[in-house]
Design a protein around this ligand. Structure first.
Ligand SMILES: [Zn+2]
Length: 165
């Protein structure tokens, strides 16, 4: 299943279904799988199971946390930044200085066209987050980007795609 999220309208997308929030309370719901900081809920959704979309208070990773109807935790699925906030923000990063602009856009387009499943095969959620941030020209956690860069060769060997961010 593909997960996406519209941060502006609090709509969760699961494959072709759009699921509006029934609650937008902010609660601590656990810890981030990438950095162990607190996860804060953004919105609650009901779709067969119950889904809480949450954002890490430290690394800003956004995830869909899935529970059964008895609120037993089932799974956590990372929602990429691209799917979450860049639906309306397609040209983010393109306002940078002339010389970096084309680079930033090319890298960002390349990254967002790689299926998330492929990225997740090689990179950790935090590394994916750092790569997208970097490609958009945003701040990123250097350590995660550094770790990700060490795997670019592996990614190229497996999927034939050269990443250069
Ligand atoms: Zn985190």
């Amino acid at each position: 299943m593909n997960y996406g999220y519209d941060l502006k309208n609090n709509v969760l997308y699961i494959d072709r279904n759009s699921i509006p929030a029934y609650n937008i309370e902010k609660n601590e719901i656990g810890v981030c799988s990438a950095c162990a900081a607190n996860l804060l809920s953004i919105s609650y959704h009901s779709f067969d199971d119950l889904v809480i979309v949450a954002k890490c208070s430290s690394c800003n990773l956004i995830s869909a946390n899935i529970y059964n109807v008895d609120w037993i935790w089932l799974d956590e699925i990372v929602i990429s930044h691209f799917l979450s906030e860049n639906i309306q923000n397609e040209n983010v990063g393109c306002g940078l200085q002339e010389d970096r602009r084309s680079d930033v856009c090319a890298n960002f387009k390349l990254l967002k066209n790689i299926p998330m499943k492929q990225l997740q095969t090689i990179f950790s959620p935090a590394e994916i987050n750092a790569m997208f941030s970097r490609a958009k020209g945003d701040e990123c956690v250097r350590q995660y980007l550094y770790n990700a860069r060490k795997k670019y060769d592996t990614f190229e060997n497996v999927f034939g795609i050269t990443i250069n961010v």
